[in-house]
Design a binder for this molecule. Structure first.
Ligand code: SF4
Length: 756
């Protein structure tokens, strides 16, 4: 890939619909280019099938019944193509490319280097990766871990693609080793949702099922762009619309997938008229969701008074909640006009939305990073929960909360115990089943781990999957923090930027991908994952592995544990010889997994218990809590902007599939910043003019270089740019209250002339 001539950046008009033939052609281009026609087709036809493998893309649920033969979206096909690529990152590749040179490559170019074929080691001063045998690698890791002054000098990160079986063994090994330093990608995405929902309704997960979309009356989509990040959700929205539901979208950006959808598997979608998705778009200013929600709550309370208590669900409020009076009193502190003024939305639109909400009983609220990555993110989600509680729209069909998870098993990993701050009952369960005293002191979350590495408190960084450096905030600071370590280790399928900023020694341990056959002593294995709606189901790879040297994630953990831990009662070889053994231990340790091996073999798997779904709230009073939430407190100078980092349509988290964000009209490039035309005029900025993004927190200047200005329909003094390119200006030490999620969706920046 490297060395291919870069095409000129091209900006075209944004699109107003998603899907259609363009999606089919794009999916085909990616899979056939990367994996070839025959192998590519065969691999794609197993995605999300009952006896196939789970899409390595997002965590949108699959239908319980009636799956189509093409049960994937355009970006699912791209995710599979990335893994099924025929390109190889082997000893010849590393002989040709020095680490220092590859640092100047874009994340796209690095990612196109192909599948890593064997373990590689980087030794300080060599500027290159060399082959290393597995045993030597495990020996080196275990020696380094055992020589640390404390297990807390090591951090064990997890990316949300790790299977339940690997995640369970991993947390068990790490806790037997003696630390809770188990940060994960959830810390950077839906941690705020977990904290807010646990506080208000007693479980950190969403309450709706896929089928609730088909019987709901109103769907409110906040801070989410499903057209690119959860594309099959558009099929569910289209069906909800056909069943009479209305959709309100709350988003600073006009996203094509939320305007209209052409279902690529329906003739009507390919040739006929696109299905309109959003009925009412509220173009809220960045991070003014709490102001909007408070305005809606106040209007609903007024309507309820005028309509003698027929708007709110008073029976539900009375019997199932606490804190209603305090909420009403707190709302008196604001006027509707001042709240609406903060949002930037015309008042009549806010009143129209309130009227729709007032008339409906079955309401689903969906959200993603647009709500979770702010200083006040937890308040954002607590406030939307207040809205659902006022309407009693939770714990019944067609109603409830729907935080749409990013990574395909990020929810499963948390369920398996991948958490730096586990609940005491989980640790008690580990003690009961495995007869050891697990560490009780909370560990480092992601932002704390970065600070600890930078301060030299952490000497070993181990990552189970992911691309920590590109996913994390404060890129340059985080890179230096990683380089402080004695040893950095990455279990990966493909090369990424994190591999290029190592400790004194760096190791890459290549693992099997989701699509690949996993054979252990007892034969072919399957793993399990949990999607956004709490369904635990199989994922069974079938493809010949990209290299004979690859090991499965569970096998890598088992070898690591055997090499590092003094005698444990566990027979790690036996555990990975047949993953049923791991699942039996999970069933003994974690509630809701009884008869795990039988139930997960049923087509589609099983739903984990979810009390809220049944209308029950596992809080101290067994009632849902209304909460009081603050308006975000920030001031912008005239030349300052609130930056939100976003994904393009050709990207999944830090994996860059291509350089085309066709829905937003950006082609052949990613260094762009979307700016309101009035702001451009006010600051004398021209289209495609190069600028630097510059933030200043605690007197520390952070700069992201050379972005091209793109005039765009975004609220004034709000701008947007892609991550990871914009992550250098996101401070690692300014995170969300309580959840510590990076503030990637509302960073105060200036646009400055580029410096050399
Ligand atoms: S919606 Fe998500 S899980 Fe489904 S195919 Fe697309 S990327 Fe994969």
């Amino acid at each position: 890939m490297k060395g291919k001539k870069r095409k000129q950046l091209k900006i075209t008009a944004p699109q107003t619909e998603a899907g259609g033939m363009a999606a089919v052609l794009s999916a085909a281009k990616h899979i056939f280019t990367e994996a070839g026609l025959v192998s590519g087709t065969r691999t794609l036809l197993r995605v999300n099938q009952f006896n196939g493998y789970d899409c390595p893309g997002c965590a949108w649920p699959d239908p319980d019944e009636g799956r189509s033969v093409v049960e994937f979206c355009e970006n699912g096909a791209k995710a599979v193509a990335e893994e099924a690529t025929l390109a190889r990152c082997d000893e010849h590749f590393f002989a040709r490319h020095r680490v220092a040179d590859m640092r100047n490559w874009s994340d796209y170019e690095i990612g196109k280097s192909g599948r890593i074929t064997r373990p590689f080691i980087y030794r300080q001063g060599t500027d290159c990766y060399e082959p290393v045998e597995w045993d030597e690698a495990f020996g080196l890791i275990s020696k380094t871990l055992r020589n640390l002054a404390s297990p807390d000098e090591a951090v064990f990160y997890t990316s949300g693609r790790t299977s339940n079986e690997a995640a369970f063994l991993y947390q068990l090994f790490v806790r037997m080793y003696g630390t809770n330093n188990l940060p994960d990608c959830s810390n950077m995405c839906h941690e705020s949702s977990g904290v807010a929902l646990s506080e208000t309704v007693g479980i950190g997960k969403g309450s709706v099922k896929l089928e609730d979309f088909y019987c709901t009356e109103l769907i409110i989509i906040m801070g989410q762009n499903p057209g690119s990040n959860h594309p099959r959700m558009l099929s569910a929205l289209e069906r909800a619309k056909k069943n009479g539901a209305r959709i309100i979208t709350i988003n600073p950006l006009p996203e094509a997938g939320l305007m209209a959808f052409r279902h690529p598997q329906h003739l009507s979608g390919l040739a006929g008229k696109a299905t309109p998705i959003t009925d009412l778009w509220l173009q809220v200013k960045v991070n003014e969701d709490v102001a909007l929600l408070k305005a809606l709550l106040k209007i609903l309370l007024q309507m309820d008074e005028r309509r003698s208590g027929t708007v709110l669900d008073h029976d539900f409020i009375q019997s199932k909640t606490t804190g209603f009076d305090a909420l009403c009193a707190d709302l008196q502190r604001y006027t509707i006009d001042e709240l609406i003024a903060r949002t930037g939305i015309p008042a009549e639109k806010v009143y129209e939305a309130a009227t729709w909400i007032a008339e409906k009983k079955k309401i689903i609220v969906c959200w993603a990073m647009g709500l979770t990555q702010h200083k006040n993110a937890v308040d954002n989600i607590r406030e939307l929960t207040n809205l659902l509680l006022l309407k009693g729209s939770i714990g019944k069909p067609g109603a409830g909360t729907c935080p749409v998870r990013g990574h395909s098993n990020v929810q499963g990993d948390r369920t398996m115990g991948i958490w730096e701050n586990p609940r005491p009952e989980f640790l008690d369960s580990l003690k009961r089943v495995f007869k050891f005293e697990p560490p009780r002191k909370p560990g480092y979350n992601t932002t704390a781990a970065i600070a600890a590495m930078a301060a030299g408190k952490v000497k070993v960084f181990f990552a189970m999957g992911g691309n920590f450096l590109s996913a994390a905030p404060d890129t340059h600071f985080t890179a230096r923090a990683l380089e402080q370590c004695l040893l950095t280790v990455h279990v990966s399928t493909k090369l990424n930027r994190s591999h290029l900023y190592t400790g004194k020694t760096g190791l890459i341990l290549p693992c099997l991908g989701r699509t690949e056959l996993d054979v252990q002593a007892s034969g072919v294995q399957f793993v399990t994952v949990e999607n956004s709606t709490g369904v635990v189901h199989q994922s069974r790879g079938g493809k010949k592995p990209a290299s004979p040297y690859l090991l499965s994630e569970p096998k890598i953990v088992a070898e690591l544990a055997k090499a590092t831990l003094d005698s444990t009662s566990l027979n790690w070889d036996e555990l990975v010889s047949n993953y049923d053994n791991i699942r039996n231990l999970i069933a003994q340790t974690i509630p809701g997994f009884d008869h795990y091996n039988e139930r997960v073999r049923k087509p589609g798997g099983f739903y984990l218990p979810n009390a809220v779904r049944e209308g029950m709230f596992s809080t101290t009073e067994n009632k849902a809590h209304f909460t009081l939430n603050a308006l975000p407190d920030y001031q912008l100078a005239p030349d300052e902007f609130l930056l939100m980092t976003i994904r393009s349509h050709d990207q999944y988290n830090t994996t860059i599939y291509g350089l085309h964000d066709r829905y937003r009209g950006v082609h052949n490039g990613r260094y762009v910043v979307f700016v309101n035309p009035t702001d451009m005029e006010r600051l004398g900025l021209k289209p495609e003019q190069p600028v630097d993004l510059v933030s200043c927190y605690d007197g520390v200047i952070r700069r992201a270089r050379r972005f091209r200005v793109v005039p765009y329909n975004i609220p004034q003094q709000n701008i947007a740019a892609y991550f990871p390119e914009a992550n250098p200006v996101v401070p690692h030490n300014h995170a969300a209250n309580k959840s510590h999620t990076p503030i990637s969706k509302s960073v105060i920046v200036k646009l400055e002339n580029p410096v050399a």
